[in-house]
Design a protein around this ligand. Structure first.
Ligand SMILES: [Fe+2]
Length: 276
């Protein structure tokens, strides 16, 4: 390992000192992927990537996937997605407000979930706007054995409507988004041999269980996963870049004002395995 890094917490997070001239270097990409597998969240302080450089980094780590373009009518969505509540940036405020709640990206579209998400801070909120991450891999590993056994074979329907339940009435969700739903195993047996929980705001119902039973199990697992031992909160500096493994982490943003000007540029690294 030639990259210099500091471990941020025992379970999740490392700060990596990356020379931006090495972004396209395959040896650097290999080391970054090793660090991502080990630490789940990689923080690159004040890297100040341009969109072109962010796309190059995303490409070097496995290729870009444009998840916003998977929604009917949004096929031409830009390659670098602007996460912002600024007036005039987009009309999808509810979708961005949905990021205030713990979730994984890309669970409701019919492609493998993105392997990782890449975010660069372009404008900060004066208050709020920190991003929190929770390791669903560490959380699963620490569950009591009998509870793990009880989760075997369970499947969960993930919907955009569920993800927006705190923000709007289901009937107000537009038809294209209401159509987005996908069923996944509750426990993801990942290719690297570890297991992670597939939970968060999009998790609606456990197949074959009542709403009450579903909510009880899903709420319990969410509370378990977001306890401090499995989480890292990133307080952004301008130009920071963070890459996190979307196959074994939840994330959310601490609420910020709609007129804060906060602007993040997001890209996603293509998923390599469906949830199995
Ligand atoms: Fe997200």
């Amino acid at each position: 390992m030639t990259l210099k890094f500091d471990v941020l917490t025992p379970m999740i997070g490392a700060r990596v000192h990356l020379d931006r001239t090495t972004l396209r270097n395959p040896a650097t990409a290999r080391e970054l992927l090793q660090l991502l597998e080990r630490h789940t969240v990689l923080v690159f302080p004040r890297l100040n990537l341009s969109d072109e450089e962010q796309l190059a980094l995303t490409g070097a780590l496995g290729g870009n996937v444009n998840i916003a373009a998977r929604i009917a009518g949004r096929e031409n969505a830009e390659a670098v997605y602007q996460v912002s509540l600024n007036e005039g940036v987009r009309i999808e405020k509810e979708y961005v407000l949905g990021t205030f709640f713990w979730h994984m990206d890309g669970l409701t579209v019919d492609i493998p979930p993105p392997k990782a998400t890449v975010l660069t801070a372009r404008h900060l909120a004066a208050a709020g706007g920190q991003t929190e991450f929770a390791s669903t891999k560490a959380a699963y590993a620490a569950l009591p054995a009998e509870e793990k056994a009880g989760l075997e074979g369970l499947r969960v329907v993930h919907t955009v409507t569920a993800a927006l339940r705190e923000i709007m009435h289901p009937e107000d969700v537009d038809a294209a988004r209401r159509a987005l739903r996908h069923e996944h195993p509750l426990v993801w047996a990942r290719a690297d041999g570890t297991k992670s929980l597939v939970i968060g705001a999009t998790a609606d119902l456990i197949t074959g269980k009542s709403q009450a039973e579903s909510r009880a199990i899903l709420s319990r697992l969410l509370e378990w996963t977001v306890q401090p031992a499995f989480t890292y909160r990133h307080s952004w500096a301008l130009g920071d870049c963070v890459v996190w493994d979307n196959t074994c982490a939840l994330h959310r943003v601490i609420p910020y004002a709609t007129d804060s000007g906060r602007m993040m540029h997001r890209t996603a690294i293509a998923g390599t395995e469906p949830v199995t």
